[in-house]
Design a protein around this ligand. Structure first.
Ligand SMILES: [Zn+2]
Ligand SMILES: [Zn+2]
Length: 338
Protein backbone atom coordinates (compact mmCIF):
# COMPACT_ATOMS: atom_id res chain seq x y z
CA UNK A 1 0.00 0.00 0.00
CA UNK A 2 1.03 3.60 -0.56
CA UNK A 3 1.87 5.50 2.63
CA UNK A 4 3.64 8.61 3.89
CA UNK A 5 6.55 7.61 6.11
CA UNK A 6 8.17 9.84 8.73
CA UNK A 7 11.91 9.44 8.15
CA UNK A 8 13.23 11.84 10.79
CA UNK A 9 12.89 15.51 11.75
CA UNK A 10 11.26 17.44 8.88
CA UNK A 11 11.59 14.49 6.51
CA UNK A 12 8.63 12.67 4.96
CA UNK A 13 8.59 10.26 2.01
CA UNK A 14 5.79 8.58 0.05
CA UNK A 15 6.61 4.89 -0.38
CA UNK A 16 5.04 1.53 -1.14
CA UNK A 17 4.99 -0.53 2.06
CA UNK A 18 3.74 -4.00 2.98
CA UNK A 19 -0.06 -4.32 3.17
CA UNK A 20 -1.49 -4.19 6.68
CA UNK A 21 -3.49 -7.04 8.18
CA UNK A 22 -5.87 -6.61 11.10
CA UNK A 23 -4.65 -8.26 14.31
CA UNK A 24 -7.20 -10.33 16.28
CA UNK A 25 -9.87 -7.99 17.64
CA UNK A 26 -9.07 -5.25 15.10
CA UNK A 27 -10.47 -4.24 11.72
CA UNK A 28 -8.81 -3.06 8.53
CA UNK A 29 -10.04 0.28 7.22
CA UNK A 30 -9.77 1.50 3.65
CA UNK A 31 -8.92 5.16 4.24
CA UNK A 32 -10.94 7.69 2.22
CA UNK A 33 -9.85 11.00 3.76
CA UNK A 34 -7.34 12.16 6.35
CA UNK A 35 -6.89 15.76 7.49
CA UNK A 36 -3.48 17.27 8.23
CA UNK A 37 -3.39 18.44 11.85
CA UNK A 38 -1.25 21.18 13.38
CA UNK A 39 0.09 18.68 15.91
CA UNK A 40 1.31 16.48 13.02
CA UNK A 41 3.42 19.44 11.89
CA UNK A 42 4.91 19.79 15.39
CA UNK A 43 5.58 16.08 15.68
CA UNK A 44 7.15 15.84 12.21
CA UNK A 45 9.52 18.62 13.18
CA UNK A 46 10.37 17.56 16.75
CA UNK A 47 9.92 13.80 16.55
CA UNK A 48 8.21 13.47 19.98
CA UNK A 49 6.75 9.93 20.10
CA UNK A 50 7.43 9.21 16.41
CA UNK A 51 9.83 6.48 15.33
CA UNK A 52 11.56 6.28 11.91
CA UNK A 53 9.32 4.90 9.12
CA UNK A 54 6.13 5.31 11.16
CA UNK A 55 2.93 6.58 9.53
CA UNK A 56 1.17 9.65 10.95
CA UNK A 57 -2.43 10.78 10.39
CA UNK A 58 -5.22 10.70 12.98
CA UNK A 59 -8.16 12.70 11.52
CA UNK A 60 -9.71 10.21 9.14
CA UNK A 61 -12.67 8.40 7.65
CA UNK A 62 -13.09 5.32 5.52
CA UNK A 63 -14.77 2.01 4.77
CA UNK A 64 -14.33 -1.22 6.70
CA UNK A 65 -12.34 -3.57 4.45
CA UNK A 66 -11.72 -6.63 6.64
CA UNK A 67 -12.71 -7.91 10.07
CA UNK A 68 -9.98 -9.36 12.27
CA UNK A 69 -10.44 -12.59 14.21
CA UNK A 70 -13.22 -12.43 16.80
CA UNK A 71 -14.73 -9.11 15.66
CA UNK A 72 -18.53 -8.99 15.72
CA UNK A 73 -21.10 -6.24 15.21
CA UNK A 74 -19.49 -4.73 12.09
CA UNK A 75 -19.72 -5.48 8.36
CA UNK A 76 -17.26 -5.02 5.50
CA UNK A 77 -18.29 -1.92 3.53
CA UNK A 78 -19.60 0.15 6.46
CA UNK A 79 -18.67 3.86 6.39
CA UNK A 80 -17.02 5.00 9.62
CA UNK A 81 -15.03 7.72 11.40
CA UNK A 82 -12.55 6.20 13.89
CA UNK A 83 -11.32 7.75 17.10
CA UNK A 84 -7.54 7.74 16.65
CA UNK A 85 -6.81 5.16 19.32
CA UNK A 86 -7.32 1.58 20.42
CA UNK A 87 -8.79 1.57 23.93
CA UNK A 88 -9.27 -1.50 26.14
CA UNK A 89 -13.04 -1.07 26.12
CA UNK A 90 -13.42 -2.66 29.54
CA UNK A 91 -12.07 -0.30 32.22
CA UNK A 92 -14.19 2.25 34.09
CA UNK A 93 -12.94 5.14 31.94
CA UNK A 94 -13.66 3.31 28.69
CA UNK A 95 -17.13 2.30 29.90
CA UNK A 96 -17.80 5.99 30.57
CA UNK A 97 -16.66 6.86 27.04
CA UNK A 98 -13.53 8.61 28.37
CA UNK A 99 -11.36 6.45 26.12
CA UNK A 100 -8.49 8.96 26.07
CA UNK A 101 -7.95 8.14 29.74
CA UNK A 102 -8.24 4.35 29.39
CA UNK A 103 -6.62 3.08 32.60
CA UNK A 104 -4.90 0.27 30.69
CA UNK A 105 -3.35 2.91 28.42
CA UNK A 106 -5.05 3.50 25.06
CA UNK A 107 -2.71 2.92 22.10
CA UNK A 108 -2.60 5.94 19.78
CA UNK A 109 -3.05 5.75 16.00
CA UNK A 110 -0.65 7.91 13.99
CA UNK A 111 1.87 8.81 16.70
CA UNK A 112 4.47 6.08 16.23
CA UNK A 113 2.63 3.13 17.79
CA UNK A 114 -0.27 2.01 15.57
CA UNK A 115 0.17 3.17 11.92
CA UNK A 116 -1.88 6.25 11.01
CA UNK A 117 -4.03 7.21 8.05
CA UNK A 118 -1.64 8.94 5.65
CA UNK A 119 -1.90 5.55 3.99
CA UNK A 120 -4.35 3.57 1.89
CA UNK A 121 -5.27 1.34 4.84
CA UNK A 122 -5.24 1.60 8.64
CA UNK A 123 -5.85 -0.79 11.56
CA UNK A 124 -8.77 0.36 13.68
CA UNK A 125 -10.42 -0.81 16.88
CA UNK A 126 -14.08 -1.91 16.69
CA UNK A 127 -15.00 -0.21 19.97
CA UNK A 128 -13.36 3.07 18.99
CA UNK A 129 -15.23 4.16 15.89
CA UNK A 130 -18.62 5.54 14.90
CA UNK A 131 -20.76 4.93 11.81
CA UNK A 132 -21.14 7.69 9.21
CA UNK A 133 -24.68 8.07 7.84
CA UNK A 134 -24.99 8.28 4.02
CA UNK A 135 -25.52 12.06 4.12
CA UNK A 136 -22.19 12.69 5.86
CA UNK A 137 -19.38 12.74 3.31
CA UNK A 138 -15.99 11.12 3.89
CA UNK A 139 -14.43 14.59 3.89
CA UNK A 140 -16.83 15.62 6.65
CA UNK A 141 -16.05 12.32 8.35
CA UNK A 142 -12.38 13.31 8.52
CA UNK A 143 -13.42 16.58 10.22
CA UNK A 144 -15.19 14.73 13.04
CA UNK A 145 -11.99 14.42 15.10
CA UNK A 146 -11.06 18.13 15.14
CA UNK A 147 -14.74 19.08 15.52
CA UNK A 148 -14.95 16.79 18.57
CA UNK A 149 -11.98 18.66 20.09
CA UNK A 150 -14.02 21.87 19.78
CA UNK A 151 -17.20 20.35 21.17
CA UNK A 152 -15.32 18.98 24.20
CA UNK A 153 -13.65 22.34 24.86
CA UNK A 154 -16.98 24.16 24.69
CA UNK A 155 -18.69 21.63 26.98
CA UNK A 156 -15.85 21.96 29.49
CA UNK A 157 -16.36 25.75 29.43
CA UNK A 158 -19.83 25.27 31.01
CA UNK A 159 -20.92 28.30 29.02
CA UNK A 160 -24.19 30.08 29.88
CA UNK A 161 -26.58 31.10 27.09
CA UNK A 162 -25.70 34.58 25.88
CA UNK A 163 -22.12 34.37 27.15
CA UNK A 164 -19.42 36.73 25.92
CA UNK A 165 -16.65 34.63 24.36
CA UNK A 166 -13.15 35.39 23.13
CA UNK A 167 -11.35 32.82 20.98
CA UNK A 168 -7.61 33.49 20.97
CA UNK A 169 -6.16 32.05 17.78
CA UNK A 170 -8.07 31.43 14.56
CA UNK A 171 -6.37 28.22 13.40
CA UNK A 172 -8.34 24.97 13.03
CA UNK A 173 -8.75 24.59 16.82
CA UNK A 174 -9.96 28.18 17.22
CA UNK A 175 -12.31 27.56 14.30
CA UNK A 176 -13.94 24.50 15.86
CA UNK A 177 -14.30 26.31 19.21
CA UNK A 178 -16.01 29.19 17.37
CA UNK A 179 -18.43 26.85 15.58
CA UNK A 180 -19.48 25.08 18.76
CA UNK A 181 -19.58 28.19 20.98
CA UNK A 182 -22.11 29.73 18.58
CA UNK A 183 -24.07 26.51 18.29
CA UNK A 184 -24.18 26.08 22.08
CA UNK A 185 -25.64 29.53 22.63
CA UNK A 186 -22.83 32.07 23.04
CA UNK A 187 -24.21 35.62 22.78
CA UNK A 188 -21.16 37.08 21.12
CA UNK A 189 -17.93 35.44 19.90
CA UNK A 190 -14.84 37.53 19.15
CA UNK A 191 -12.00 35.71 17.36
CA UNK A 192 -8.55 37.21 17.62
CA UNK A 193 -5.80 36.32 15.12
CA UNK A 194 -3.07 38.33 13.42
CA UNK A 195 -3.60 36.54 10.06
CA UNK A 196 -6.23 38.10 7.81
CA UNK A 197 -7.07 34.80 6.07
CA UNK A 198 -7.88 33.16 9.39
CA UNK A 199 -10.01 36.12 10.49
CA UNK A 200 -12.03 35.91 7.24
CA UNK A 201 -12.55 32.18 7.74
CA UNK A 202 -13.63 32.72 11.37
CA UNK A 203 -16.31 35.12 10.09
CA UNK A 204 -17.59 32.50 7.65
CA UNK A 205 -17.76 30.01 10.51
CA UNK A 206 -19.95 32.28 12.62
CA UNK A 207 -17.71 34.65 14.62
CA UNK A 208 -19.61 37.85 15.47
CA UNK A 209 -16.44 39.89 15.35
CA UNK A 210 -12.83 39.30 14.34
CA UNK A 211 -9.87 41.36 15.55
CA UNK A 212 -6.16 41.63 14.90
CA UNK A 213 -4.71 41.47 18.44
CA UNK A 214 -1.81 43.69 17.32
CA UNK A 215 -4.27 46.49 16.57
CA UNK A 216 -7.41 45.91 18.66
CA UNK A 217 -7.99 44.65 22.19
CA UNK A 218 -10.36 41.63 22.02
CA UNK A 219 -11.80 42.42 25.48
CA UNK A 220 -12.88 45.98 24.65
CA UNK A 221 -14.03 44.89 21.18
CA UNK A 222 -16.32 42.34 22.84
CA UNK A 223 -17.59 44.95 25.30
CA UNK A 224 -18.27 47.46 22.52
CA UNK A 225 -20.08 44.84 20.44
CA UNK A 226 -22.35 43.32 23.08
CA UNK A 227 -21.74 45.01 26.42
CA UNK A 228 -20.19 41.95 28.08
CA UNK A 229 -16.88 41.15 29.67
CA UNK A 230 -15.38 37.84 28.46
CA UNK A 231 -17.22 35.08 30.36
CA UNK A 232 -15.22 32.40 28.54
CA UNK A 233 -11.88 32.57 26.78
CA UNK A 234 -10.64 29.73 24.60
CA UNK A 235 -6.84 29.83 24.46
CA UNK A 236 -6.08 28.21 21.08
CA UNK A 237 -2.57 29.57 20.44
CA UNK A 238 -0.36 27.49 22.73
CA UNK A 239 2.78 29.61 23.04
CA UNK A 240 4.32 31.01 26.25
CA UNK A 241 2.43 34.05 27.54
CA UNK A 242 -0.98 33.38 26.07
CA UNK A 243 -2.49 31.81 29.22
CA UNK A 244 -1.49 34.92 31.19
CA UNK A 245 -3.03 37.10 28.47
CA UNK A 246 -6.22 35.07 28.69
CA UNK A 247 -6.37 35.46 32.49
CA UNK A 248 -5.85 39.22 32.11
CA UNK A 249 -8.65 39.36 29.56
CA UNK A 250 -11.20 37.32 31.54
CA UNK A 251 -14.14 39.02 33.26
CA UNK A 252 -15.16 38.48 36.92
CA UNK A 253 -15.44 34.72 37.56
CA UNK A 254 -14.60 34.16 33.92
CA UNK A 255 -13.31 30.83 32.69
CA UNK A 256 -10.15 30.27 30.65
CA UNK A 257 -10.21 27.03 28.66
CA UNK A 258 -6.72 26.02 27.53
CA UNK A 259 -6.94 24.09 24.25
CA UNK A 260 -3.65 25.24 22.66
CA UNK A 261 -0.74 22.95 23.40
CA UNK A 262 2.28 24.83 24.76
CA UNK A 263 5.33 22.59 25.06
CA UNK A 264 7.52 25.04 26.97
CA UNK A 265 7.55 26.37 30.54
CA UNK A 266 5.29 29.37 30.94
CA UNK A 267 4.62 32.03 33.57
CA UNK A 268 1.49 33.79 34.71
CA UNK A 269 0.57 36.39 37.32
CA UNK A 270 -1.67 34.58 39.84
CA UNK A 271 -2.94 37.73 41.58
CA UNK A 272 -4.68 38.86 38.40
CA UNK A 273 -6.66 35.63 38.33
CA UNK A 274 -7.30 35.77 42.09
CA UNK A 275 -8.75 39.28 42.03
CA UNK A 276 -11.36 38.13 39.51
CA UNK A 277 -11.74 34.49 40.67
CA UNK A 278 -10.81 33.30 37.20
CA UNK A 279 -11.19 29.58 36.60
CA UNK A 280 -8.49 27.84 34.55
CA UNK A 281 -9.42 24.61 32.77
CA UNK A 282 -7.09 22.47 30.65
CA UNK A 283 -8.79 20.18 28.14
CA UNK A 284 -7.72 17.20 26.04
CA UNK A 285 -9.44 15.42 23.16
CA UNK A 286 -13.09 14.30 23.59
CA UNK A 287 -15.28 11.48 24.80
CA UNK A 288 -16.69 8.80 22.52
CA UNK A 289 -20.14 10.29 23.16
CA UNK A 290 -18.96 13.67 21.91
CA UNK A 291 -17.50 12.02 18.80
CA UNK A 292 -20.93 10.52 18.08
CA UNK A 293 -22.61 13.86 18.78
CA UNK A 294 -20.47 15.52 16.10
CA UNK A 295 -21.55 12.91 13.54
CA UNK A 296 -25.21 13.41 14.56
CA UNK A 297 -24.85 17.20 14.20
CA UNK A 298 -23.28 16.80 10.73
CA UNK A 299 -26.02 14.37 9.69
CA UNK A 300 -28.72 16.71 11.02
CA UNK A 301 -27.46 19.42 8.70
CA UNK A 302 -27.18 22.08 11.41
CA UNK A 303 -23.41 22.03 11.61
CA UNK A 304 -21.58 23.29 8.55
CA UNK A 305 -17.82 23.05 8.84
CA UNK A 306 -17.06 22.55 5.13
CA UNK A 307 -15.43 26.01 4.91
CA UNK A 308 -12.62 24.68 7.12
CA UNK A 309 -11.38 22.55 4.20
CA UNK A 310 -9.26 24.85 2.06
CA UNK A 311 -7.31 22.22 0.08
CA UNK A 312 -7.77 18.64 -1.10
CA UNK A 313 -4.62 16.76 -2.12
CA UNK A 314 -3.50 13.24 -3.05
CA UNK A 315 -1.19 11.23 -0.82
CA UNK A 316 1.82 12.16 -2.99
CA UNK A 317 1.23 15.80 -2.05
CA UNK A 318 1.60 15.30 1.72
CA UNK A 319 5.35 16.07 2.07
CA UNK A 320 4.94 19.36 0.15
CA UNK A 321 1.80 20.23 2.09
CA UNK A 322 3.71 19.86 5.39
CA UNK A 323 6.35 22.27 4.08
CA UNK A 324 3.72 24.78 2.92
CA UNK A 325 1.79 24.63 6.22
CA UNK A 326 4.95 25.33 8.22
CA UNK A 327 4.83 28.90 6.88
CA UNK A 328 1.73 30.97 7.77
CA UNK A 329 -0.58 31.09 4.75
CA UNK A 330 -4.27 31.05 3.85
CA UNK A 331 -4.65 27.28 4.22
CA UNK A 332 -6.73 25.86 7.03
CA UNK A 333 -7.55 22.16 6.90
CA UNK A 334 -5.66 20.37 4.13
CA UNK A 335 -7.50 17.15 3.33
CA UNK A 336 -5.71 14.12 1.94
CA UNK A 337 -8.01 12.11 -0.33
CA UNK A 338 -7.60 8.52 -1.56
ZN1 LIG B 1 -5.26 16.51 15.40
ZN1 LIG C 1 -9.83 1.19 29.02
Amino acid sequence: MKAVLWKGPDSLAVEDVADLRPEPGEMLLEVKNCGICGSDLHAAKLGLTLVPDCIMGHEFSGVIAELGQGVTGWRVGERVAPLPLHSCGGCERCKAGEVTFCTRGARAIGWGDIPGAYAEYARVSPQDLVRLPENVSFRQGALVEPLAVGLHAVRQARMQAGAGVVVMGGGPIGQVCTLWAKREGAGCVVVSDPAEGRRKLAERLGADLVVDPGKQDPRSSLFDACGREPDVIFECVGVPGTINEAVQMAGIQGRVVVVGVCMEPDTLMPVIGIMKEVELKFVLAYTKGEFQEVVDALAGGGLNADAMITDVIGVEGVPDAFKALAIPNTQSKVMVEF
